[in-house]
Design a protein around this ligand. Sequence first.
Ligand SMILES: [Zn+2]
Ligand SMILES: [Zn+2]
Length: 265
Amino acid sequence: MRKTNYHMHTKRCMHASGSDEDYVLAAIEGGYEEIGFSDHSPWQYKSDYVAHMRMRASQFDDYYNSIKKLQVKYKNQIAIRIGLECEYFPEYMGWLKTLLVNYDMDYIIFGNHYYKTDEKRIYFGTACEDDTYLKLYVDEAIAGMKTGLYAYLAHPDLFMRGKRVFDHKAVEESYRLCIAAKELGIPLEYNLAGAEYNAIMKTEQYPHKDFWRIAAEIGNTAIIGVDAHEPSALKTDTYRVEGIKRLRDLGLNITDTIEFGKFKG
Ligand SMILES: [Zn+2]
Ligand SMILES: [Zn+2]
């Protein structure tokens, strides 16, 4: 399996550190063959809302130009792709699609963080404590996957951050999510930032073993995502090695690649 990673952020999202070049240098040192930047997508809101966990739309050019430069500078050492981690905000998808086509972006991954728009501030991670939101989390995940825009679903088990106990409802909704992803041919991400959080906090939020058991039963394809918010995450292999072993022990197929170039105009 090639060593690749398509989930990493930049300091523009205000909760990551290091320069763009530091991520590239760390990935080269970590032995990656191909990486992709997928910083939290900006959105063009209809309100004057300012999000505090993503770049502003006005910063997108800087993001794009910086990564394009690094692509050229390091072309003999590592392949660099340019993407975004985007939610599914139905009302704003037209704006997003135009951006993706205009810049001929390589890919986007699906981070189903907020319900409808973050202007409403309903973060699925915590809201899924309530089963009503767990169902909506899966409804929105399926609706988003059906758009065909996303290369894969990031941290599909994000709902366990709020849910905490993998009860019958979590089982039922996980089946619904995994079956839809399987039918649509969309890989599910085993998220290494979550694995690190679980280990440090001595908890089990995401990735959650019961979710991945269901994914194995359904026959989903998994992909490892570092979800790097600091360059050093690309230099350590502890969670990657452990994750690959867990997934293989469960019998999951792991892919090292995603589909690029969906946004040709
Ligand atoms: Zn982030
Ligand atoms: Zn995310």
